[in-house]
Each structure stands twice: as structure tokens, then as C-alpha cells.
Design a protein around this ligand. Structure first.
Ligand code: CUA
Length: 375
């Protein structure tokens, strides 16, 4: 084997070695798939994807066919003495490879413009539920315009009714992306963008900030919980009421710590205070499927971790590490657990066979291995 061929073989082996485990890993992770659309809006996006893909495969097939023909011809003629015919320019060919791509691009332009127009916020139907979404480092606030309900990191919505999201940023640029529901839309400081879509089936849909925004950009996640219209109405009524006052001793102690430790200065809780919106609204944190902006499943163990090692779980987070003891974190977690939607069980909110918590547990989460060492 001569040297260039040996080098090329090593490169090829290297790329294949990288490709296969990567592909296997990607296939094993439950990632949100734009091709598994859960709204007509996302369906438009995936249709465009297939259209572009179709033309790409067509072009690649032609180019590859010519390339293979050239290589085969070259190998066949390699022992011939005479030179192949020398050509300098070919008008017909040049016109062909200019005009054909122009036609393909023109064909792609029409459905693309149509989709951009259809999916833009201004095209939202009049019956849409309007939600003001504010992106912050590194979480999302969702404020329902008509009902006044405020939540964080999890949008709850009914199947079959359009949602109109007014997107704004409180600090730097973010991008709102629920791949199965709509294309990504940037949140630009000082500017308001709108986005709309209609969830077409029940479920928990995973989302992600899609614009580099700081240390924990990758940890700025979100979820959309799509409920049946009846369940949504029950949720909406529950979300407007404060959670029940805690009774258990541990939780009562936690509710006092919530005030003493200053949590109350940044977080609103219905029935305690409703004006501090520096941090996420915690009125019904006990009913959410995840904590820390979609990073961790909502369990007591995770809440204790989050409260004690905030900045390790989420680098760059605005919430200070309060230096809580294990006992303090336990009682605060016990209190936060009691902050549930009165009369509404999120875990049983789906008419399908999978409860929300189970669905949420299958979604991507943070690797907590590095935290285990700390404890
Ligand atoms: Cu917010 Cu990236």
C-alpha cells in the first residue's frame, strides 16, 4: 500500500469510528424530533424539510453518478498512452448547470415563503390563547394574558386551540424552540416577536433555548404540556387559586424558611406574595414535571440537590447559593412539594395511559454524576 492510500484509509477508519458510536448514542436518546410533528405548524416545517431533502438527494444522485462514471472511465483508460480529449468551456453545459439550480431554488422558494407567512405570529387565529413569554438567564416565564396565570418553564395548553406566544427577553438573546410544535424564534432584547401553533395531541413536549445566551444556555430548557380541553379548563381554574396551606411539621418549617432565607424576595407564591417576579413563580411548583428549567425531574431528592448546590447544577444561575444545611433544604423541599394545583393532579392529567411524570422522566436530563462527588 502506498503512503497516500494508507493515510486515506486511516482517515476513513477514524471518521467511521467517530460516526457509528455518535449515531448509536443519538438514536438511543429520547430527543425531540422535528419530523414527529405535534402541530400543523410543525408539520409545515417537516414538509419543507422533506421537500428540500428530496431535491438534495436528486442532485446528489446525479453528481455522484457523473463522479463514478469519471472514476470508472479513468481507471479503464489508465494504461492508454494518448491524452483524453482536451476541452475548454462548454456553453450548453454551463447554461444547464446555472439554469437547473435556479429552477430548483425557485421551486423551493414558493412553499418556503408560504410557510414563513403562515407560521408568523401575525397570522395567529383570533381564538388563540395569548401568552407572554419572557426569556431570562436561564429560565422562561409564561404569563397567560386573559387569565393572569403565571408559570415558569412549562407551558400548559389545550389540544386543538391555537396558542399565540409574545416573545420577549429580559437580558440577552434567547431562542424559543419546541421542535415538535414550531420552528425556533429568537427573543431579542427591546423587541417583541410572536409565534403561534396548535398542539394536535396530548403529551409532554420537550423544548430548548436555541441561541447561545451564557454559561447555562444548554440548561435553559422548557416543556409544553398539552392536555385535553376539559383537563385544560380544570388546570386553568386550579392555577388561579393558591395551593393549600401546609400542615405537616417539616413543610411548615419550610414555609418559614422560605421567608427567613429571603426566597420570598425573588419568587412569587400565590397567597404569600404575588409581586416578586425576579425568579420563577413558585405558586404550583409541586405540580410541575421538572425543576431548574427542565433540567431535573421534580423529586424531593432533586429539589434538595438544587437548593444546596444551585450553582453546580446550573452554572451561571442568578439564584445565589444560600448555604443551606441538609435539614433546611429538606424542609424547604417539603414545603415546595405542598405547593400543588388545588384539585388538579398533573400526574393523572392525560387520558392516555402514560402519566405526565412518566413521560417527563423519559426526556433528556442532566448527568448528575459530578454532583454525587460533592455529597
Ligand atoms: Cu437562553 Cu440560550
Amino acid at each position: 500500500m502506498n503512503r497516500p492510500v494508507a493515510l486515506r484509509s486511516i482517515f476513513l477508519a477514524f471518521w467511521l469510528a467517530c460516526l457509528f458510536p455518535g449515531a448509536a448514542l443519538a438514536a438511543s436518546l429520547p430527543t425531540p424530533n422535528i419530523l414527529d410533528a405535534a402541530s400543523p405548524n410543525a408539520q409545515e416545517v417537516s414538509k419543507l424539510f422533506w421537500l428540500v431533502m428530496g431535491f438534495s438527494i436528486f442532485v446528489m444522485a446525479i453528481v455522484t453518478a457523473f463522479m463514478i462514471a469519471g472514476i470508472v472511465g479513468g481507471i479503464r483508460d489508465r494504461n492508454k498512452d494518448e491524452e483524453p480529449p482536451q476541452t475548454h468551456g462548454n456553453l450548453k453545459l454551463e447554461v444547464a448547470w446555472t439554469v437547473i439550480p435556479l429552477i430548483i431554488l425557485a421551486i423551493l422558494l414558493v412553499p418556503t415563503l408560504r410557510a414563513i407567512y403562515q407560521l408568523d405570529g401575525f397570522a395567529a387565529p383570533d381564538n388563540a390563547i395569548e401568552i407572554n413569554v419572557v426569556g431570562r438567564q436561564f429560565w422562561w416565564e409564561m404569563a397567560y394574558v386573559d387569565s393572569g396565570v403565571i408559570t415558569a418553564n412549562e407551558v400548559v395548553a389545550p389540544v386543538g386551540t391555537p396558542l399565540k406566544l409574545n416573545l420577549a427577553s429580559a437580558d440577552t438573546m434567547h431562542s424559543f424552540w419546541l421542535p415538535q410544535l414550531a420552528g425556533k424564534t429568537d427573543l431579542i432584547p427591546g423587541n417583541q416577536r410572536t409565534l403561534w401553533f396548535t398542539p394536535d395531541r396530548e403529551g409532554v413536549f420537550y423544548g430548548q433555548c436555541a441561541e447561545i445566551c451564557g454559561d447555562s444556555h444548554a440548561n435553559m430548557r422548557l416543556r409544553l404540556v398539552a392536555l385535553s380541553p376539559e383537563n385544560y379548563q380544570t388546570w386553568l381554574a386550579a392555577a388561579q387559586k393558591p395551593a393549600e396551606v401546609p400542615q405537616a411539621e417539616l413543610a411548615v418549617a419550610g414555609s418559614q424558611l422560605f421567608i427567613e432565607k429571603g426566597c420570598v424576595n425573588c419568587h412569587a407564591v400565590q397567597g404569600v406574595n404575588t409581586y416578586n417576579r425576579t425568579g420563577p413563580d413558585l405558586s404550583h411548583i409541586g405540580s410541575r414535571t421538572s425543576i431548574a428549567a427542565g433540567m431535573l425531574p421534580n423529586t424531593r431528592e432533586n429539589m434538595i440537590r438544587w437548593l444546596r448546590y444551585t450553582d453546580t447544577v446550573k452554572p451561571g444561575v442568578a439564584m445565589p447559593n444560600l448555604g443551606l444545611s441538609q435539614e433546611e433544604a429538606e424542609s424547604l423541599s417539603a414545603y415546595l412539594e405542598t405547593l400543588t394545583l388545588p384539585g388538579f393532579d398533573m400526574k393523572r392529567a392525560f387520558s392516555g395511559d402514560k402519566p405526565a411524570a412518566e413521560v417527563a422522566a423519559t426526556l433528556p436530563r442532566t448527568n448528575l454524576a459530578s454532583l454525587e462527588d460533592k455529597e
